[in-house]
Design a protein around this ligand. Sequence first.
Ligand SMILES: [Zn+2]
Length: 254
Amino acid sequence: MLFLPLIREGNLLLNVGEEITLGTMAFATAAATITYAVLTPGSQIFGQTIIAGNDPSEAALTFDDGPNDAATPALLDILAAHNARATFFVIGRFVRQRPELVRCIHAAGHLVGNHTETHPWLAWQSARTIREELRACNQAIEDALGEPVRYFRPPHGARRPAVLRIAHELGLATVQWNAMAIDWQPIGADRMMAYVDRGLARARSHGTGANILLHDGFDRQMGADRSDTLRVTSRLLERFAADGTNAVTVDAWG
Ligand SMILES: [Zn+2]
């Protein structure tokens, strides 16, 4: 029941709550609207998020759920070999375990963003928990790097107005994506590339850059095998070199 925790907050949701009393059709429409607003990366219903700029020759490789000592160092080597910069949305509790790895990411010129302390579904959490999840991860990154964090990606892309508001209050711009590899599933590099290609084609047809969601870590534990993600990254960077795509970090877009 996706809508129940949401009906307390904001004008949009109050309106949706009123619609729900109108009958089954309105109820279904309202629930679908809320589901879209909460979970669809491209939705701006609950507030403005960064997805991509208007230059189709730009692509951001974004890596979530690290740092991960089983994948992040090899990923840094691949990025360095292609002279490419990327964005890493890291989990605070892993940053505390491997602060030196986060310093390596940063020292290599990549952008480090907040992906919460423990990776909960923020859309269903209290405002107090949301604030604590964002604050604790900010603190972990700032302790490791000695500079403030500016970008945040909600776990699973799930948000509600309070998530964006609290992120903003903490100085964080919220970032979504418009292409993904589904690389959290063991589907192999070929199928992952096919998913990314679908997103890239969609971004091109909209005349925008690509913001590609990948994972160098795993939210449950340190040490996950991400070799398929590394293969996908290598292939994408080879293609970018061939077709003139600029690998950018998300701060290029706001
Ligand atoms: Zn994540």
